[in-house]
Design a protein around this ligand. Structure first.
Ligand code: NAP
Length: 344
């Protein structure tokens, strides 16, 4: 029998996940949807020709016997409440980032999940399912270039909406590096610092762009992460690990090379949806299969959501202070000790 999934929030990413579950992936079907905008929820059911009920809110959807698991794809401030309620109903929950908008909120979810004695919560950090990052992880774990010493990375977007603010560069954008980098090197963060280079002419007056974030890990690795969200030329994710004996680099997305009129060229992607499409498919398929086969989820944990919240809070503080700020994580509970990786 298919896993019966309810979707809380039928906005952009909610619809994308509905599409992949309905038209691309196997083992699940959408049986319920809700959104603060009820018309949008009804329209989604029509557009995707779903055999699904539209519920007035997350409470009624979560109480339905026709729902085994939910996707929380509403806007960030609504996530914590829906995830807590899902756990209390004993439903599996895939939550898009952020797990909660505060570290305290993430910790409430961690505690609620631990009470159940099994993993119900997966956070939508899809980069761990990207084949390039998986190759990087395997090379690091095998010490292909010895101990990792430094990481240089860049997160570049062609442009952002006019309501994009300086703090969103870390909270919404860098958060994906923040999650994937500690997973790659299996090392917790010690401190963060933010430096503002000369401002780009492409950035709106209210926005500091680009930004450079320096992250130090407890084990002494130094990471420099560039965020440049008005770079114009493309959506470009770079990551280079400098080890004791060599360098490992995230592969470029595959693309044909074109030889024409005296030039050799390849396309650069312009949007994150295409860059990580396969990773989104893989993370949701893993959510479905882990529940069906093991009765537990196995992707990024609520604890990973907590690490991201504490680290982005420290980054926002560092943006304001200009100082190095500590990343003060609580001790990792034994419950999460064995859930450190997702490598397929
Ligand atoms: P969006 O298009 O604005 O969709 C959010 C949807 O949730 C909207 O339909 C919104 O309704 C609805 N909503 C707001 N409050 C709600 C509530 N209390 N209960 C139920 N529904 C509610 O945003 P999005 O781009 O899909 O992003 C959704 C979440 O996914 C965000 O947290 C975002 O950070 C995350 N995200 C993650 C990735 C990734 O790479 N992993 C990519 C994109 C987005 P209204 O339109 O009426 O407000």
């Amino acid at each position: 029998m298919n896993l019966r999934i309810g979707v809380i929030g039928t906005g952009a990413i909610g619809k994308e996940h509905i599409n992949r579950i309905t038209n691309k992936l196997s083992g699940a079907e959408i049986t319920a949807v809700t959104d603060v905008n009820q018309e949008a929820a009804k329209q989604t059911v029509q557009d995707f020709e779903l055999n699904a009920s539209v519920y007035p809110d997350d409470d009624s959807l979560l109480a339905s016997e026709n729902v085994d698991a939910v996707l929380v794809t509403s806007w960030g401030p609504a996530h914590e409440s829906s995830v807590l309620k899902a756990i209390q109903h004993g439903k599996y929950v895939f939550c898009e980032k952020p797990l909660a908008t505060t570290a305290e909120g993430c910790m409430r979810i961690v505690k609620e999940e631990m009470k159940t004695g099994k993993r119900l919560v997966q956070v939508g950090f899809m980069r761990r399912y990207d084949s390039g990052y998986i190759q990087l992880k395997e090379a690091i774990d095998n010490r292909a270039v010895g101990e990792p010493l430094m990481i240089h990375c860049a997160h570049r977007n062609p442009t952002v909406a006019s309501n994009y603010s300086t703090d969103m560069a870390v909270v919404d954008t860098l958060v994906h590096e923040i999650d994937v980098l500690h997973w790659l090197v299996n090392d917790d963060y010690e401190s963060v610092q933010v430096i503002y280079p000369k401002k780009s002419k492409n950035a709106l007056p209210h926005l500091k762009d680009p930004q450079m974030v320096i992250i130090e890990t407890k084990g002494g690795i130094v990471i420099n992460a560039e965020i440049y969200v008005n770079c114009k030329y493309g959506y470009d994710i770079q990551c280079e690990i400098v080890g004791e004996d060599g360098v490992i680099k995230l592969p470029e997305p595959s693309s044909i090379s074109l030889r024409k009129e005296g030039k050799l060229s390849t396309d650069i992607l312009m949007d994150w949806q295409r860059r990580f499409a396969a990773a989104y498919d893989a993370e949701i398929q893993d959510f479905i299969e882990s529940i069906r086969k093991k009765g537990e989820v196995s992707g990024p944990t609520a604890w990973d959501g907590y690490i991201a919240a504490v680290t982005t809070d420290a980054c926002v503080k560092a943006q304001e202070s200009g100082q190095k700020e500590p990343v003060a994580l609580q001790e990792k509970p034994a419950f999460y000790q064995s859930f450190t990786t997702v490598s397929k």
